[in-house]
Unconditional design. Sequence first.
Length: 409
Amino acid sequence: MTRCVMGESWALDVPAPHPTRSARHPFRSHATRFGVRILAAQTAATTSFVNPYFDPRKPHHRPGGFQNRYGDFVPRGIGDLLRWRWQAWRAGAPRPPRALPPVVAPDLPGLRDNAAAGAAARPTLTFIGHASTLLQLPLGGGVLHVLTDPVFSERASPFGFVGPKRMQPPGLALAALPHIDVVLISHNHYDHLDDASVRALARQPGGPPLFVVPLGLAPWMRRRGIDTVVELDWWDAHPVAHGGATAEITLTPSQHWSGRGLHDRLATLWGGYAVLAPDFHFFFAGDTGYSADFRDIRAHFAARQGTAQGGGFDLALLPIGAYEPRWFMRQQHNDPAEAVQIHRDVGARRSIGLHWGTFALTDEPCDQPPRDLADACRAQGLMPGTFDVMAIGETRAFARRAATPQPSP
């Protein structure tokens, strides 16, 4: 049996202590001691990075990297990491799920038909797993295909033999994807930025997609031979033309952090994305804790999403998983109740929960987030179907913006 000890930028599968061992000595196994040493090294590491993007006029810029807007990210010490694992071991966490997350066969004919429907195409979302989704965005008499945080590998890890392993295969295989036009990368943690997946996408028939990334990730891409990349700072916008029309992609703030190794914590930026097309506005939050950033996002786009245009976002993709224990995760991961508040803050008409059911990163069972989300929606008075989850592989179609009713307050 394994448990995932996760510092998020460094992931290891560490065997749980044998159940007959004394509760006073939960770290006796050799593999567990090895995992703890790695976590200790990560926690003790300091960033020696000099930020080439540093702009003293921007509060989230620091000479040594980046920070959040509403409270600096403060790394947990080794004592907190050991406390978390001790408590998890005592509680038997992560608890087994009642059932694995639902999976359906992808509707490949439907996706092809919608892509060929021209002016009749509808916005669609396909849930691939975790934070990976495929969006079909009607634009200019055609469809713009957009991927979010594509991770198709077996593990979310720098290693192929250790680290969080997929519980379910991707809902849509790499080979089954349509030609991808745009890839949105929220940040560089291994469960959101996968080396093998971006390399494969860059080799797709018909030419590579445009990769839109936060500041600091373009050099990482170019070292892999990927030149079709645009870097954005928070609130920077980039237009994407397709079929004579334009969608605008804006990197939005979130409360999180970055790092892929021992010495690059906070060296690259993180964030979410607002994508505004004439007929559809969607928001992808990436990975985040709850903060006032989401009220700021709604205010930032209010002039373009006023009542004359239908208001708010037509669809928001919000994380709902990897939230227990709250004392450890609150700073970087919202829970389902906070996800419902984010839904309200950004003015979304519909929201879909992501970041659950694929990788076991924290203590809650893998099927717990949808149940907690349903409870939070009832408690906060959301109408059924306003904010829910999708089966892995499922595709849903949404109304174009002009046909969408006004959002509820």
